[in-house]
Design a protein around this ligand. Structure first.
Ligand SMILES: Cc1ncc(COP(=O)(O)O)c(C=O)c1O
Length: 447
């Protein structure tokens, strides 16, 4: 990182900040770029707080109470889970949906149905919540990490094929932050090698790619309804798919191996399974929020477009590029930060300065493959039995090749989705805060 910026750099940055100021209301600019950063004792750009998440509405309560009073709380009785499955499938344009206890269990069940077995390999996006890796590990398979495209922050399709081995059993792209992966080249590679695609759409409810919803493009798609998600029920998940056989297999595995739809055997205990079921209270909460999900998504998109237009004008801030003809839903809104364009202000210090201006943000996912979990897995008795020492060594060495992902981990800053539910004037504060920090980058770096 270059921390020795010249006075000329500083002046050109200040000029750039002024040049982009036409995008902002005059009052915002006056109180921002010109003012002292809040971290240095100035007044914060944004003081009004941000929308709370999750949101509860009193009008939803009667349907929840109805479930509670019925005593029919588990999936084997009652109908709310099935109602949710039907409604969610319809909303997404999916043939089938199976509700599950969580996004993690959706992935575990989905991979089992795709016959991901002990000793197999699954190609995964590295830039993701750790559950994507864990779901593969729980199936005793190896999560093989493809690289991340720094421009899109999603899996780089060009990095997939070289990672396919004779053990590869599935490809799992992750629509991280609600940004669709570039699915066409992924599907082409999958078709060439006859591999199923299981989409981790746990952050991508209603994101779309070339007219299809994320989660309905591959063989299976998995969603999370955990508390922070755009469609929350505390915990919860779903699997979507276009094949009755696959979803019936998922249904059976998620319900102790009981017969499900067309998937049945001659005797009751004909197949393996666990308990990965959703409860009716969760389903009732979810059904109530489907209209809100649609409305919130439109609002987040509108605000994200407004934000992107202002961020694109700021040197050193790079909003993500989406695949052609696709729309994100912004579970987080990320951008890449170039410290050199901020007079050497390190990213962590930039984030502190943003928080002081009233704009909560954080770094994105880190290089979590160096954190120990994968080492623990490959050093376990089970993995040593399942894979050769040479394969496990090559696997561990391959983490060093993830140069695109390293760049992304080192430079990304992200804001949570609730900010995008605020009013337009609040959204303008984000760009204003960044410009102010940029104008004072050197002082902030020294302080
Ligand atoms: C990308 C991704 N995959 C999987 C999961 C797992 O979902 P859950 O927390 O519902 O188990 C999450 C949840 O945060 C996620 O963000």
């Amino acid at each position: 990182m270059n921390t020795r910026n010249t006075r000329r750099d500083f002046l050109s940055l200040a000029a750039a900040a002024v040049a982009g100021a036409h995008l902002l209301p005059k009052s915002v600019f006056a109180q921002s770029a010109a003012g002292k950063p809040a971290l240095l004792g100035g007044t914060a750009v944004h003081t009004g707080g941000w929308p709370q998440w999750p949101e509860w509405r009193q009008s939803w309560e009667s349907s929840i109470l109805q479930v509670l009073r019925s005593g029919r709380w588990y999936r084997g009785t009652g109908e709310q889970v099935q109602q949710f499955e039907t409604a969610y499938a319809k909303l997404l344009g999916a043939r089938r949906c199976l509700a599950t206890a969580s996004g993690t269990t959706a992935l575990i069940v989905g991979m089992h149905a795709l016959d991901v077995d002990a000793g197999d390999e699954v190609i995964v996006s590295p830039f993701t919540f750790i559950a994507s890796y864990n779901a593969v590990l729980i199936n005793k398979a190896l999560p093989v990490l493809a690289d991340t495209d720094p421009a899109t922050l999603t899996i780089d399709p060009a990095s997939i094929e070289s990672r396919i081995t004779d053990r590869t059993r599935a490809i799992m792209p992750v629509h991280i932050y609600g940004m669709p992966c570039d699915m066409d080249p992924i599907l082409a590679i999958a078709a060439k090698h006859r591999l199923p695609v299981i989409e981790d759409a746990c952050q991508a409810w209603l994101a779309d790619y070339k007219g299809r919803m994320c989660g309905t493009i591959g063989e299976l798609g998995c969603f999370s309804f955990q508390n922070s998600k755009h469609l929350p029920s505390g915990e919860g998940g779903a699997i979507t798919g276009g094949s009755d056989d696959l979803i019936d297999r998922c249904g059976s595995f998620h319900d102790c191996g009981r017969p499900y739809g067309g998937f049945k055997g001659a005797r009751p205990n004909f197949t393996r399974g666990g308990n990965f079921r959703m409860q009716h209270v969760q389903a009732a909460m979810l059904v109530q929020q489907l209209d809100k999900l649609v409305q919130d998504t439109a609002r987040r998109r509108e605000n994200a477009d407004r934000l992107a237009a202002s961020l694109k004008e700021i040197p050193g801030i790079e909003p993500p590029r989406l695949p052609d003809n696709s729309r994100a839903v912004w579970h987080l809104y990320p951008f890449r930060y170039d410290a050199e364009k901020f007079q050497g202000l390190p990213r962590d210090r930039f984030i502190r300065a943003m928080r002081a201006e009233g704009i909560p943000c954080s770094t994105g996912y880190q290089e979590q493959y160096f954190d120990g979990l994968l080492d623990e897995a490959i050093n376990s008795r089970g993995y040593k039995r399942l894979f050769s020492a040479a394969r496990l060594k090559a696997y561990r060495d391959s983490f060093q090749e993830l140069q695109g992902n390293r760049q992304v981990c080192e430079t990304t800053v992200a804001m949570t989705q609730n900010l995008l539910l605020a009013g337009a004037a609040d959204i303008d504060h984000i760009g204003a805060a960044i410009r102010k920090i940029q104008a004072h980058g050197a002082a902030l770096a020294r302080a």
